[in-house]
Write a protein that binds this ligand. Structure first.
Ligand code: MN
Ligand code: MN
Length: 326
């Protein structure tokens, strides 16, 4: 049973539309807080989109998703998991970017995430565009390369953009593999589709042993079969989960900068997460929600729901691993 301090504010005590919004109505426990060392899963906002090459806006997502996450109740409607009772979850606040300097922001983020392992915190990050995953991996993979299950309509494995620019939301996992942060043979990318400039990213994947599951294969084989292969690729070693909201069809998630037609619906978007049950989680992120393109708020609400589903597989695994709460 988790500490009472770490329980979300109940809708029976304060209506869910009232109060200051934190992720899932959890307590705000930034670094330096006297309960920081008791956190098991930390939700972190990464309000930064300087890696974006097309339509911007994900810098506004952490605040918007915090707001919509107040809609989430404490119990999973399907699995019955109550993650906040299994481990201590908290909103660690935002890792602040330097909006005028990309490299400085990458360094600031890595520094923020280096504080987590000594405190025994597994991060659930909320972007921001997909470049935000790179500085997180630099901290989490400090000791050994990680595996990764990556949901996206894009591989984000390109070498560079617009005349040799190496750090964009289309390049983070190319950099991560080059830097030895990911073991390419334990990386699987699911949902890849859309038009392309060329096949340079896919050629890199093939040459390095990254498993790419395009959307056609995903729909042909179905969620269970594909996710069973994904779990096998991830194995028992630590694995990072990276979830780009543009994995989901833009009919269900229009609020994103680089949508691609012909993707999973919001139910399938949830199903793939439930299939992650039992993995050895190093951390997870949910990125690329762009509130300016999310006129109904439905994309932010879907993102909040997917984050909750992620907590519902991470919490039992973490509780089982080290007997948390710490
Ligand atoms: Mn992406
Ligand atoms: Mn994408």
């Amino acid at each position: 049973m988790a500490d009472a301090f770490f329980q979300p504010v109940s809708g029976f005590d304060l209506p869910r539309f009232a109060g200051v919004p934190t992720f899932m109505r959890l307590p705000h426990v930034p670094p330096g807080h006297d309960r920081f060392g008791d956190v098991d899963i930390g939700l972190i906002g990464l309000p930064w989109d300087a890696g974006t090459t097309n339509r911007p806006g994900p810098r506004h997502a952490p605040r918007q998703i915090r707001d919509y996450s107040t809609m989430i109740r404490a119990q999973n409607g399907h699995t019955g998991v109550r993650p906040f009772e299994l481990v201590n979850c908290a909103d660690l606040g935002d890792s602040g970017p330097n909006p005028a300097n990309l490299q400085d922001t990458l360094d600031r983020y890595t520094e923020f995430y280096r504080n987590l392992a000594p405190a025994g915190i597994t991060p659930m990050s909320v972007g921001g565009d997909h470049l935000n995953s790179l500085p997180v991996l630099r901290a989490l993979a400090a000791e050994a390369p990680l595996g990764m299950i990556h949901f996206d309509s894009h591989t984000d494995l390109f070498h560079s953009y617009f005349g040799g620019q190496m750090y964009t939301h289309g390049t983070p996992f190319r950099r991560a593999i080059e830097e030895g942060l990911l073991d390419p043979k334990r990386v699987v990318q699911i949902g890849i589709r859309g038009t392309a400039y060329d096949s340079e990213d896919r050629d890199f994947a093939t040459a390095n042993g990254v498993r790419v599951i395009p959307i056609e294969e995903f729909f042909q084989r179905g969620v269970e079969d594909v996710m069973s292969e994904a779990r096998e690729i991830a194995g028992t070693l630590p694995v990072y989960i990276s979830y780009d909201i543009d994995f989901v069809d833009p009919a269900f998630a229009p609020g994103t900068g680089t949508p691609e037609i012909g993707g999973p619906n919001s139910y399938e978007a949830i199903q793939v997460i439930r299939e992650l049950d039992g993995l050895n989680f190093a951390g997870a992120d949910l990125v690329e929600v762009s509130p300016p393109f999310d006129q109904s708020g439905g994309t932010a609400y879907l993102a909040a729901t997917l984050i909750f589903e992620m907590l519902c597989v991470m919490a039992p695994a973490i509780a089982g691993k080290d007997g948390s709460p710490s």
